[in-house]
Structure formats: C-alpha cells, structure tokens
Design a protein around this ligand. Structure first.
Ligand SMILES: [Zn+2]
Ligand SMILES: [Zn+2]
Length: 306
C-alpha cells in the first residue's frame, strides 16, 4: 500500500487498511532536493523547488540519505531538533549538485551525531572521504572537513555490493551510465523495494541492465528525467552523451520493470513549474502512477502484512 502526501499540498491519500494483525510502521520517502545540475531558486520554481538532490528514506529505525545536494542543508536544519542523530549517507557520485550541501550539513558538525558515509570510488580511484574532503579545501571553501565534530565513518563500496544496515534494511547498488561513473541504489525491507536511479543516460537500443536490476518490480522508482525526448534529440543542441535521461525513458523502464509508482526526478533547472506540470500530465497519460518529485513530497509504503 502506497500513501502519498506533501508537506504543503495534499496530493492524494489512499485509505489505510485497518486490520487485526499488528501493522508495521511504513517505509517513508521524503524529498528535500529534486533539481539537477545547479540550484535554481526563484518565482518560477517555487512549487517543485530549486534545491539539488537529497532524498531521505526511513525504514524500521534506519535513516538513509541519498546524495548531499543543497537539499541536504535543509534536511540538516530539520534534524537539528532531533539530536542525537544517526544516519547512513549514500552518494551516487560526486558531481557538484550531489555534494554541495554536505559542507552545510549542520548535524555533521555536532559531537554525538553519527554518520556512515558510502560511495563507490570514482573512475579515478578516489574514495568518498577524499572527494568530500577536497571540495572543502582552500581556495574553494573556508573550513576543512576535519572541523566537523560528528562521528563520520567513510566506506568505499564495491559495485554491486549489498549493505545490511540492521533491522532487515538492505541497500544494494548497481553501476549506471554517467560521465565519470555513478551508481544507483535499491532499498529493500519487508518485501518493499525502492529504487533511486539518477544521473544516468539510457541506452539507445536496450534498457540499461543495471537500471533494470534496481527497478525490477519496485514499489517506488525515482528516476532521472532531466530532459524530454525532444530536448535530448534536439538537432542543434543535442543532449546525447551528457549522462541524463528523459521522462519517456522513465516510463519505458517503469513499464518493463513493472514498477508500482514512478517518481520523475533531477528536473532540469530550465524547466519551470508550469513546464513540469505539463510533463506530469504527458507522463501520466502513458503511465498513470507517475508523480514529479517536489520538495516536501512524502511517500509512505506499508509492508503487505495480509
Ligand atoms: Zn546530478
Ligand atoms: Zn552527475
């Protein structure tokens, strides 16, 4: 059962089934940053939001954070009222839009908080600690990563490795198709599967095998829909080879993988609220269970206990 609400605006609500069996708490997904490439605050992006990628998932007491774009700063402010905080941060890759919020993640500066930080090393072999450290060096940033007083633990993952977080929550990854490398993730718990597939370019003649493994019969698939097909194949400003996908390819993958709920994500900074509304309408005509990610969107997925 999937239940969708938004912080500010009510999207839709399915009635929660009351049953005699003890109900598990749901897995929850919350979007803090949904924009790709660069933050784009302004009057034309207020409804979907201008912060870059950050998605929080909570399941059975485990808090997972995907990517540290500028949305991570906002999540950090939220977490300051819940200290001490422990969380698992998984980075897909370290392009700016996925790490720029990290130096402004307030809870990481506070002793007593604990963060486990994971990524697959980049194609240059650098691990996640080195890459987060380097963005905070002079002359690019005033204070070094070492000033963070929280307990930060860094882990370099193998492509395809599974991480067991405890409480039956498992996070697996698959390599995707992005300049410099990158992975997508799949969270599994109590038969619920959530796929986080961003910063990946579809293949011209087949579904990307890694993306398919992540998406296979997922309850929720979050997917890189930076472009429309028309923009991607534009005769003079083609986006082929830029490492991103389209909403049409998102629909194609969702249908093939029998996904229950598709969330279009990593919106192009040039796509204003009205343009994104239209993409939503077009996508829902082909795959009715489609939503566009927006800041504040919350999704609850309940284990099937019947
Ligand atoms: Zn990105
Ligand atoms: Zn990227």
């Amino acid at each position: 059962m999937i239940d969708i609400t938004s912080q500010e605006c009510f999207l839709w609500h399915t009635t929660i089934k009351i049953c005699d069996m003890p109900m598990f708490n749901p897995l929850t997904i919350r979007f803090w940053g949904v924009r790709g490439s660069i933050p784009c605050p302004g009057s034309h992006t207020v409804r979907y939001g201008g912060n870059t990628p950050c998605v929080e998932i909570q399941a059975n007491g485990q808090r997972i954070i995907f990517d540290g774009g500028t949305g991570l700063r906002v999540l950090g402010e939220h977490l300051m009222s819940q200290q001490p905080v422990a969380a698992h941060l998984f980075f897909t890759h370290t392009h700016w839009d996925h790490i720029q919020g990290f130096p402004f993640f307030q809870p990481a500066f506070v002793p007593g908080n604990q963060f486990h930080i994971y990524a697959v090393p980049g194609k240059n072999g650098q691990g996640i600690e080195r890459r987060l450290n380097d963005q905070m060096l002079h002359p690019n940033f005033p204070v070094p990563l070492q000033i963070m007083g929280g307990d930060l633990r860094f882990y370099d993952l193998e492509a395809g490795e599974q991480v067991h977080l405890g409480g039956g929550v498992v996070v697996s990854n698959e390599a995707l198709n992005h300049p410099g490398g990158g992975v997508g993730y799949r969270v599994s718990w109590q038969g619920i599967h959530v796929a986080y597939i961003t910063d990946t370019e579809h293949l011209p003649d087949q579904l990307h095998p890694g993306a398919f493994v992540l998406a296979d019969r997922a309850d929720v698939m979050i997917y890189d829909a930076t472009y429309t097909d028309e923009e991607y194949h534009h005769p003079r400003q083609s986006k082929v080879g830029w490492g991103h996908s389209t909403w049409q390819e998102a629909v194609k993958l969702a249908q093939a993988a029998q996904v229950k709920q598709l969330i279009l994500f990593h919106h192009d900074p040039s796509h204003d609220d009205d343009f994104l509304d239209r993409i939503g309408e077009l996508a829902r005509a082909q795959f009715p269970q489609t939503l566009l990610a927006r800041e504040g969107l919350m999704i609850s997925v309940y284990p099937n206990v019947m």
